[in-house]
Ligand binder design. Structure first.
Ligand SMILES: [Zn+2]
Length: 277
């Protein structure tokens, strides 16, 4: 243990003498402990994280947010299956590439490069059509999505089952948390509220998908500074809808836009207007 700490300090020291240049290069480190875990920890230690100001200054990656995908006009939170397919098709045809929250995190924090024309495609509220319609449409063009789950819906009618969530994760999509019952994060006051809405459902969801759940979408997109601070202890990134980002916690206030029923051209235009690309 002491040896490892000393080794890491030595690496940081040698790195800082080189200068403060960003580097994602994996330095070959002579080490007595050659286990994979030790190697991984050292590589992480070898990277300098961007400050909040640096993160805020980076070009934003467009993040699209869908809710219901079904026939009939059910308001701004619903698009028809044909519309959804057209949106995905125009993105693929225009040369966009879907990116995962993990890629977005590495871009924001470590300046790692993203594919050309990156876009993230997110789905809130655990609807069954996310599994039955959205995932297959995206998979046809090689896209991956991000599915934010409110865990009160497990195995309920019109919502995804635990098995379906596990299948999405296994297929390479990302599963994130969207609270237990959609109570807004600004209303969590007591430790028991955080336990019920974040800590407990996160643990259960991780058990279902068999991997860490590291991303959060605020119910109704609503946050305040206190909730962003608290969520930073549990998640690498948290997603709002389109509101001002927190100057201290930009990673916990990543912006998305809701995509309503609209033409593919209209979607593209509004995405480019909002995110500038
Ligand atoms: Zn929601």
């Amino acid at each position: 243990m002491t040896k490892k700490v000393a080794l890491i300090s030595a690496i940081i020291l040698s790195f800082t003498t080189v200068g403060c240049k960003q580097s994602n290069q994996k330095t070959a480190v002579p080490t007595a402990d050659s286990s994979a875990v030790a190697q991984k920890e050292i590589v992480v230690e070898n990277q300098i994280k961007n400050t909040a100001a640096q993160i805020l200054a980076k070009p934003e990656v467009p993040v699209l947010c869908y809710h219901r995908i079904s026939e009939g006009n059910k308001g701004d939170y619903t698009v028809s299956p044909a519309t959804f397919s057209a949106h995905i098709k125009i993105l693929a045809d225009s040369g966009y590439h879907s990116v995962s929250p993990a890629q977005l995190y590495d871009y924001l924090v470590y300046n790692k490069s993203l594919p050309e024309k990156p876009v993230m495609i997110a789905f809130d509220d655990s609807r069954i059509e996310h599994f039955e319609i959205a995932a297959p449409v995206m998979e046809k063009v090689g896209f991956k999505g991000v599915f934010f789950i409110m865990t009160i819906t497990y195995n309920k009618k019109n919502y995804m089952s635990k098995d379906q969530l596990a299948m999405l994760a296994k297929a390479g999509h990302t599963i994130g948390l969207h609270s237990w019952d959609h109570t807004m994060a600004t209303k969590y006051k007591e430790a028991a509220d955080w336990e019920k809405q974040v800590i407990e459902p996160k643990k259960k969801l991780e058990g279902i998908v068999g991997m860490p759940v590291e991303y959060w979408a605020y119910p109704n997109g609503v946050y305040n500074h206190e909730s962003a601070m608290e969520l930073s202890k549990h998640f690498k990134l948290s997603f709002t809808l389109y509101s001002k980002r927190d100057s201290i916690q930009p990673l916990q206030t990543v912006r998305r836009i809701i995509i309503p029923e609209c033409t593919a051209q209209g979607m593209l235009k509004s995405m480019r207007r909002t995110f500038g690309k």
